[in-house]
Design a protein around this ligand. Sequence first.
Ligand code: GLN
Length: 206
Amino acid sequence: MQFALHLTMDTLRVGVIGLQGDVFEHISALRRAFEDLGIKGEAVWVRRPPDLERIEGLVLPGGESTTISKLLSTFGLRDILKEMAGGGAPILGTCAGCVLLAREGDALVYKTRTELLALMDMSVDRNAFGPQRESFEANVDIEGLGSYPGVFIRAPLIKRVWGDCKAIGTFHGKMVLARQKNLLAASFHPELTDDTRFYRMFLGMF
Ligand code: GLN
């Protein structure tokens, strides 16, 4: 299998890890962004290692981080995903995906024995913005994009960043978007808005 970036390939293939969570929303959001950018792209549902063939970057969707974490191991995707991240493939994690990218979690992460991918130098606080019924939409301030409509559903807070990991998005001064080289972690759900600027920014990382 080949995981290096293929910048010369004419079709950009981006995978969405589809084990649990809002997978289809990411696939449609990616398609909208390809269209807006006028590039030939394919958004691919990834369930098993062979689905990753010729995939140049990935999305780890929102859902339930404990469940997704277990399924990543069960279906043999954990190590390959880490290998791709190390090889420079752009990876976007949203909400539960943001939790999984973090190096450190909070008490809930450890209590549920959620095995983090530990790819980004940041610590997260799961469900920091309250339970499901307190889901809300609010503007997030994103470096290079300005104000962006953030949908928060049992969202994590990025509590601390260090090393090469930088906060590039805030909500009321709180860190909700971080980038570390080829990795991007959002505590909100950009796939649930019609605004494709966020995905265009992500696709700019390829
Ligand atoms: N609170 C969930 C978790 O930590 C994430 C919720 C979401 O992805 N919308 O797994």
